[in-house]
Design a protein around this ligand. Structure first.
Ligand code: E4P
Length: 217
């Protein structure tokens, strides 16, 4: 399973990229606003920090303008994936960008029928938002299972990128289902490492080791 980080904060990306466990980055207009930097400079900097796909989102709603935006953003670096919304114009733009060999991440997916259309439009990634489903008392992970089944039925190459992740169990569930990618907020990513028994066990081992009076180096 690939791990992307869901942020436009350069410090967070630097910190987690240093673990060697980051496979890519996703951003959206809200994350760009939160990070506060200039859009193009931020995306260019992120694209230098990670080798994998860096999603940069278009903001036009009509196909023509969206395509122009996508082509402009794709020039920033070779590892840019253009994010388009799951609308008719978004999927038209997806097809056009894919025809030019540009990676596309179709975002704001909330149903299996939408995911099927994105795959038919040749999307590199489909981003179903699990947390926003859970927020309205619907089962976000059930959608991931449906999409996995549908994509496997037809050998679609579109990667399932689980988005809107709120906690570590979302990541575990997504992995259990066989999603290709999880895009994870930095705070949740850090929680994946943690277990109180690891801390307690390490503390006891180090205490006992100290009492041996020996050293390894
Ligand atoms: C990522 O690509 C999505 O834009 C993001 O995961 C949405 O997360 P949110 O529902 O927490 O805003």
């Amino acid at each position: 399973m690939k791990f992307f980080i869901d942020t436009a904060d350069l410090d967070e990306i630097r910190e987690l990229s240093a673990t060697g466990l980051l496979d890519g980055v996703t951003t959206n207009p809200s994350l760009i606003r939160k990070a506060g930097g200039e859009f193009f400079e931020t995306i260019a900097e992120i694209a230098k920090l990670v080798d994998g796909p860096v999603s940069a989102e278009t903001v036009a709603t009509d196909h023509e303008t969206m395509l122009k935006e996508g082509l402009k953003l794709a020039k920033i670096a070779d590892n840019i994936a253009i994010k388009v919304p799951l609308t008719v114009d978004g999927l038209k733009t997806c097809k056009a960008l894919r025809a030019q060999g540009i990676m596309v991440n179709v975002t704001l997916c909330f149903s299996a029928s939408q995911a099927l259309l994105a795959a038919k439009a040749g999307a590199s990634f489909i981003s179903p938002f699990v947390g926003r489903h859970d927020d309205i008392s619907q089962d976000g992970m059930a959608l991931i299972e449906d999409i996995r089944t549908i994509y496997d039925n037809y050998d679609f190459e579109t990667e399932i990128l689980v988005a809107s992740i709120r906690h570590p169990l979302h990541v575990v569930e997504a992995a259990r289902i066989g999603a290709d990618v999880a895009t994870i907020p930095a705070a949740v990513m850090k929680k994946l490492f943690q277990h109180p028994l690891t801390d307690r066990g390490l503390e006891a081992f180090l205490k006992d080791w100290k009492e041996t009076g020996q050293s390894i180096l």
